[in-house]
Design a protein. Sequence first.
Length: 119
Amino acid sequence: VQLQASGGGLVQAGGSLRLSCAASGLTFSNFAMGWFRQAPGEERMVVAAINWNGRSTYYTDSVKGRFTISRDNAKNTVWLQMNSLKPEDTALYYCAADTAFFSPRPTYWGQGTQVTVSS
């Protein structure tokens, strides 16, 4: 199983980024997908999650109204649209897959993509 995350970068506060995660080696539509982040000195935490058919989503409180998670099962891809970014969103972002919606310890992890928001 491979989860290839991309789309991170450096952006000014108030800006936007769109993260992508392309999955392979698994039956994508059987899995809920999530985005986690880990800032230096902090624990990894779930930011957003989406169930297998996209009809259920979860967002941590700090990103509600700013981030949107979506997926396309035909493309084996999940996205995280991040708007109105804040310096506190700076972290290494990971995508993850699990059959449960949504496990704090998902079965599969992708490599991280760095998001840095400057003030």
